[in-house]
Design a binder for this molecule. Structure first.
Ligand SMILES: Nc1ncnc2c1ncn2[C@@H]1O[C@H](COP(=O)(O)OP(=O)(O)OP(=O)(O)O)[C@@H](O)[C@H]1O
Ligand SMILES: [Mg+2]
Length: 202
């Protein structure tokens, strides 16, 4: 069976992690091996870098470089081997998040990240990206009750609005890969949208 690379994207609190397990169960019930993973992180080195990048103050470019360093490790150790073995890899965030947060949120030029993307994974893109989209105020309200905020979650409302807008622009640019899900609906309604997308897969 051919490997499939699926990524989940969206602003903090959009609902990505809430659907990971359900998505994995759907693929398993269709006879697939599933590998669930996340960014930043996914490997021992990546998880250490995650701790640093989510909590230590740093320059925006350092942040971008750490994200891609962690990503290279993730791709070589986890993603490529799993895809080669025919598994479905579901990653909670990937490179779209770097464009949304480091370019949209922090204001780095996209050309910088395009260079890193070409370096780290010129020949690899997700087969499908589910973009959980919703007004950032709703996402923030959900998170406020869920956990204490990291460096990104503590950013101002306009930061999150730019992240959301950048994600949506990317979805317009890559309509064949990125499917936008209305994450503002209740869990069951979001799941129904996901199911419709999964059932439409070739
Ligand atoms: N459709 C929904 N309706 C209501 N609450 C939701 C919905 N989806 C998720 N939540 C709740 O919102 C909070 C954030 O959801 P979740 O952790 O899945 O978001 P996330 O996109 O993974 O966020 P992050 O990027 O910060 O990891 C959780 O408490 C979750 O239970
Ligand atoms: Mg999450």
């Amino acid at each position: 069976m051919k490997g499939m690379f699926l990524t989940l994207e969206g602003v903090d609190g959009a609902g990505k992690s809430s659907h990971l397990e359900w998505l994995a169960t759907w693929f398993r019930s269709h006879g697939r091996e599933v590998r669930m993973t996340r960014e930043p992180g996914g490997t021992p080195v990546g998880e250490k870098l995650r701790e640093i990048v989510l909590h230590e103050p740093m320059h925006a470019e350092t942040e971008a470089l750490i994200m891609f360093a962690a990503r290279l490790e993730h791709i070589e150790r986890i993603i490529r081997p799993a895809l080669a073995a025919g598994e479905v890899v579901i990653s909670d965030r990937f490179t779209d998040a770097s464009f949304a947060y480091q370019c949209g949120g922090r204001g780095l030029p996209e050309a910088r990240l395009e260079m890193l993307e070409a370096w780290v994974h010129a020949d690899l893109q997700p087969d499908l990206t589910l973009l959980f989209d919703l007004p950032t105020e709703i996402a923030a309200r959900r998170l406020a009750t869920a956990r204490s905020p990291d460096r990104f979650e503590r950013e101002q409302a306009d930061f999150h609005a730019r992240v959301r807008a950048t994600y949506l622009r990317r979805a317009e640019r890559h309509p064949e890969r990125i499917r936008v899900v209305d994450g503002g609906q209740g869990l069951e309604a979001v799941r129904a949208q996901l199911l419709a997308i999964l059932e439409s897969l070739p």
